[in-house]
Design a protein around this ligand. Structure first.
Ligand SMILES: Nc1ncnc2c1ncn2[C@@H]1O[C@H](COP(=O)(O)OP(=O)(O)OP(=O)(O)O)[C@@H](O)[C@H]1O
Length: 563
């Protein structure tokens, strides 16, 4: 116990030294959350009707029975929407503190009201081996408690989770919970589409290597894997067909013709602040942001970052920041050197400011005005007029005064140096990275593919954000940029084959003990054999078993007790 505490203390000291936020700064102040922000409805809006598709119903049936489920399907098939419902349902039955909603990115995690998978895990950053990760968790009281308490772990956008990380998590769950069962007995519900964006590739001997989660402890993690096929985001038949073909990188001449039409319709279009511009490269997004902000008639307010320390944070004069500089900033998660705002500017947070109010890294909004800093924070030379922007956020509808924050970083190249930067945690957001838009829907999108950079699934991830074909603008499109990773395609091929085999083998049944614990899916053709295996596997003696049909529709009618 003492050892664990000491290790935890050492880790927290190390972490604080490595990345420190200035103390005493409250960098966000919520202006209003009642009268101004709530829209005034002439009549109360009708509550939204949810009609679950057959496949979504099937998922719900398995989740209720305690199965670990992998939910997949193309963009817009309601994976995240279903997860939101599942989380609510499970929290009602297990209690808030035993159900953990996670995703690899902040913005996806907060859509589920959860946290990033990494922060849930309590693992360290860039640990070389599993035992370093384990000691981080052992030394972190909160992380230890989470793993021990968890009944359910929900993971959205699992396509972006690296295989080695998935494997480590599974191992960690077993070690911390001291159980031989997969994930230490935690029910895992994961969702994602491996034909969307892959995990960040690793460079191995000059080659890029993609480490997918489905190539790690996958089969033992899930009792059942289900593909959703009904698209809820796009309703036009020709558009959904086009998207499905882009997803698999198998476009026909009709698809190409449609895309060419969209590209020529956008050729002469001017920059429009009501359109979202998506790019694979950060510099393209930066260029568009500068052009749009400069074109707006409103008075501009500039914020020049204040830097201290050796080397890293030069303040650039007005002009377009250079690519290498911006790249370094985005890697370090820092904000712009020169930020130019005005009323009506579309912005995005680059820090987590207030998690409970959804003011998190990636949250977008519009600058509604500026207010004089009346001593609430230190602005210094950041802005000569001492003005702070007021931002109205899209998802929460909250209006908040954004204050600067200071970030300190320790660099460990040849000599250790400490440098700091003070800036508003905002960046302009008409132009965005495709990577930062997974899970979002927009009415009008311009997808810019002029750069050579084009990742697997990137064209699909970008185009599938828009709700209608007319809302799609396109530039720089070439068929060769539509790429699906061969290993992901292979995964789905096996997935389908497996599904067909299961259907051919007849209905699946679920075996459980009297308390509906320790569930197991088996084929109806060999369920008696499965019960014997099951007993051996768990090394428990059950006197009574129940089984019922697994489609979730008619549980009570089909239950049967075997003694
Ligand atoms: N059963 C349903 N009834 C009504 N609307 C639904 C249903 N399922 C999903 N939707 C709606 O469909 C849209 C897309 O859903 P969602 O974002 O969950 O899809 P997704 O599969 O997670 O997409 P992506 O992979 O792009 O993140 C959302 O607006 C959601 O509200």
């Amino acid at each position: 116990m003492m050892g664990r505490k000491f290790l935890g203390y050492a880790i927290s000291v190390y972490r604080n030294y490595y990345t420190v936020r200035s103390k005493g700064d409250t960098n966000v102040e919520i202006l209003t959350n009642k009268s101004i922000n709530k829209p005034e409805f002439v009549a109360e809006p009708e509550p939204r009707m949810i009609r679950w598709s057959e496949e979504q119903e099937k998922v719900l049936g398995h989740v209720r029975r305690g199965h670990s489920v992998f939910i997949t399907g193309g963009a817009g098939t309601g994976k995240t929407f279903l997860l939101e419902h599942i989380i609510k349902m499970l929290k009602e039955s297990y209690g808030e503190s035993r159900v953990f909603a996670t995703a690899p990115t902040h913005i996806a995690a907060f859509r589920l009201g959860g946290q990033t998978l990494h922060s849930f895990s309590g693992m360290g950053v860039n640990n070389d081996n599993y035992y370093d990760d384990l000691s981080c968790v052992v030394g972190d009281e909160e992380a230890w408690r989470r793993w021990r308490m968890a009944a359910v772990l929900v993971i959205d956008e699992i396509n972006m989770v690296e295989g080695f990380f998935f494997r480590r998590l599974e191992c960690l769950a077993r070690d911390v919970r001291q159980s031989d069962e997969a994930w230490g007995g935690i029910q895992v519900i994961a969702s994602g589409d491996f034909l969307l964006l892959p995990p960040i590739p690793k460079e191995v001997l000059g080659k890029r290597f993609y480490d997918f989660a489905f190539e790690s402890s996958w089969e033992k993690s899930f009792d059942i894997q289900i593909e959703l096929t009904k698209n809820y985001r796009q309703s036009e038949e020709r558009f959904t067909k086009l998207l499905e073909n882009i997803r698999r990188a198998k476009m026909d001449s009709e698809d190409l013709h449609l895309l060419e039409q969209r590209a020529s319709a956008s050729a002469s279009a001017e920059l429009d602040p009501s359109v979202v511009y998506l790019y694979p490269r950060i510099q393209d997004a930066v260029d568009v942001n500068w052009e749009i902000v400069e074109s707006l008639p409103e008075e501009k307010v500039e914020y020049e970052a204040l830097g201290r320390g050796k080397g890293h944070y030069h303040i650039k004069k007005r002009g377009n920041p250079k690519y290498f500089w911006k790249k370094k900033q985005s890697r370090l998660g820092l904000s712009d050197d020169l930020l130019v705002l005005c009323k009506g500017a579309r912005v995005m947070l680059v820090e987590n400011l207030d998690v409970s109010n959804q003011l998190v890294n990636g949250a977008t909004g519009i600058v509604t005005g500026f207010m004089k800093n009346d001593g609430r924070c230190h602005i210094g030379k950041l802005n000569p007029d001492k003005l702070l922007p007021i931002v109205k956020f899209d998802s929460s509808g909250l209006e908040a005064v954004i204050q600067p924050i200071t970030k300190c970083m320790m660099h460990q190249k040849k000599v250790k140096t400490l440098s700091s930067k003070r800036q508003l945690p905002l960046t302009l957001a008409w132009g965005r990275l495709i990577h930062k838009c997974q899970g979002m829907s927009f009415d009008r999108v311009h997808v810019g593919l002029t750069s050579r950079v084009c990742e697997y699934g990137m064209v699909y991830a970008a185009i599938s954000r828009v709700t209608t074909l007319d809302g799609l603008h396109l530039s720089g499109f070439q068929p060769s940029k539509v790429k699906a990773h061969p290993r992901a395609l292979e995964f789905y091929e096996h997935f389908r084959q497996h599904q067909q085999e299961r259907e051919a083998a007849g209905d699946t049944i679920v075996v459980a003990d009297k308390n509906k614990q320790n569930l197991l899916s088996v084929s109806t053709s060999d369920w008696e054999k499965a019960i014997v295996e099951y007993k051996e596997l768990r090394k428990k003696e059950f006197k009574t078993f129940e089984y019922w049909d697994s489609d979730g529709s008619d549980e009570s009618g089909k239950q049967k007790v075997i003694t």
